[in-house]
Write a protein that binds this ligand. Structure first.
Ligand code: CMP
Length: 139
């Protein structure tokens, strides 16, 4: 069924000027952009977005990194969106990511890994709503 996922182009990819190339790969893979904006998070807002990871050893670094520069947030629509987007971006650690995936091509490290992708339909809805109100998205 057609459904939605949520993505962020992270500070490493944004500052390297790779946002356009990444969005091109996303569109060529069949995803439609149904909401999008550039913004910069504060450490507190990054901490809220990644609250589920608050007990992990990388949490403080992650919050600092995700607020270190601009990002792009977007909601994407496609058949089987969550699973297909995770395939398109590849493994969290770029060292483990398959050839041709966005992280394999653009990620710098397990933390500065170019893009975020929701891990479930439920989290896609929560994460999309974290960034976008109803008038900021299609449908
Ligand atoms: P993301 O898919 O956005 O979800 C959590 C983020 O934490 C992850 O991508 C990375 O940017 C970051 N991270 C840093 N270290 C790790 C790690 N060891 N395992 C998983 N995620 C990590």
């Amino acid at each position: 069924a057609t459904n939605r996922t949520f993505t962020m182009i992270k500070p490493d990819a944004f500052s390297a000027g790779n946002s356009g190339a990444i969005l091109k790969m996303i569109e060529e893979a069949g995803f439609k952009i149904v909401a999008m904006k550039a913004t910069q998070l504060t450490p507190a807002i990054a901490g809220k977005f990644y609250e589920v990871h608050s007990e992990r050893p990388f949490y403080a670094d992650l919050c600092a990194y995700m607020s270190s520069g601009p990002i792009i947030a977007a909601i994407l629509e496609k058949d089987n969106a969550v699973e297909d987007f995770r395939k398109l971006i590849g493994a969290t650690n770029p060292a483990d990511a398959a050839e041709g995936t966005i992280r394999k091509i653009f990620a710098k490290s397990i933390e500065a890994n170019a893009v975020h992708g929701s891990d479930s339909d439920e989290n896609a809805a929560i994460e999309g709503a974290f960034y976008f109100s109803q008038i900021e998205r299609v449908g």
